[in-house]
Design a protein around this ligand. Structure first.
Ligand SMILES: Nc1ncnc2c1ncn2[C@@H]1O[C@H](COP(=O)(O)OP(=O)(O)OP(=O)(O)O)[C@@H](O)[C@H]1O
Ligand SMILES: [Mg+2]
Length: 295
């Protein structure tokens, strides 16, 4: 559906996006994750033909350029602030784009906008505008939908509603590229994780594969942690003490058992420790920063 190859985006003379390649197939939900200033919004704008870039971008095999947006006919997007006409009602804003009235009515009701959809949009709250922006992006069942921080300002119920909508559309074949800082929110729906930092992609994996890396640590409880720790130090097996557990790498689980056995220290518990999705992302970004600093 979307194919981005070796794209560099420049703002002025500064290269913001550095040689990014990315593919999204029909029905996939790709989560674009990265710190502030990583380039998430910029890559989205580039895909929408709104910036100068080198490399190639195609949507449904048709090229997107800065001046030719015909390939984007069936692409819906919400970038930064929704484009809403304040003196029109929410419904009138939707009617500007809607090709099918039933589609419009269904979006309004799924997003629970019925009570205010006939009011002028200038009186809408942040979350109400955000929902209207999401509805505009989803109108007419696009082939590809690009959402920049869609959960911004949404309450819990609205967040759940948007999540359901995204899933329903993806099941019907719409491809999604979604950026978010609320990682746990994306984790529930995305099929692919893309991590970006300083304009470069550092991870691009199916979510199952990404989650597997979360079981690489084990927690160990022994009958005498103090002695165990000094033995591990002597044997140069790395560990950290967390509460009353020792946390070790998966690759050392046999070595630690051997050391303990040899020294007559009984093992009370050894369990895989599941890192949270957030922890994983932070670890990867830290490691990447370390590389950049030449550490
Ligand atoms: N119009 C602009 N002029 C100059 N620099 C810009 C412009 N827009 C973005 N940048 C720079 O490009 C880089 C990427 O910005 P971008 O908005 O894409 O980040 P982001 O990942 O969306 O961040 P956030 O999570 O804060 O939304 C930043 O270093 C930013 O300073
Ligand atoms: Mg952004």
């Amino acid at each position: 559906m979307l194919e981005v190859s070796n794209v560099n985006t420049y703002i002025g003379k500064i290269k913001i996006i550095k040689n990014i390649s990315l593919k999204i197939k029909a029905g996939e939900i790709v989560g674009l994750i990265g710190p502030n200033g990583a380039g998430k919004t910029t890559i989205m704008k580039t895909i929408l033909g709104l910036t100068k870039f080198t490399g190639s971008i195609t949507v449904g095999n048709r090229p997107v350029t800065e001046t030719n947006h015909r390939a984007l006919a069936r692409v819906g997007a919400l970038i930064e602030h929704p484009v809403i006409y304040p003196f029109l009602t929410g419904r009138q804003n939707l009617e500007l784009y809607a090709r099918n009235k039933r589609d419009l009515t269904q979006l309004v009701s799924t997003l629970q906008m019925d009570s205010y959809i006939n009011n002028k949009a200038k009186g809408y709250s942040l979350g109400m505008k955000q929902k209207l922006g999401i509805a505009i992006a989803l109108l007419n069942h696009p082939q590809l939908v690009i959402l920049d921080e869609p959960m911004n300002g949404l309450d819990i119920e609205a967040t759940i509603g948007v999540r359901k909508l995204i899933k329903r559309y993806a099941d019907q074949g719409t491809a999604f590229l979604i950026s978010s800082h609320i990682l746990s929110e994306l984790q529930k729906i995305m099929t692919q994780v893309v991590l970006i930092t300083s304009g470069k992609i550092i991870v691009d994996q199916p979510i199952e594969e990404f989650n597997k890396t979360s079981k690489q640590k084990y927690k160990v409880l022994t009958e005498d942690n103090n002695r165990a720790m000094s033995l591990l130090q002597k044997e140069k097996i790395p560990f950290i003490l967390k509460n009353n557990f020792l946390v070790i790498d998966q690759k050392n689980i046999f070595a630690i058992q051997d050391v303990l056995l040899k020294n007559n220290i009984h093992l009370q518990e050894i369990l895989p420790l599941e890192a949270s999705f957030e922890e994983l992302v932070v670890n990867i970004l830290d490691r990447e920063r370390g590389k950049e600093d030449g550490r």
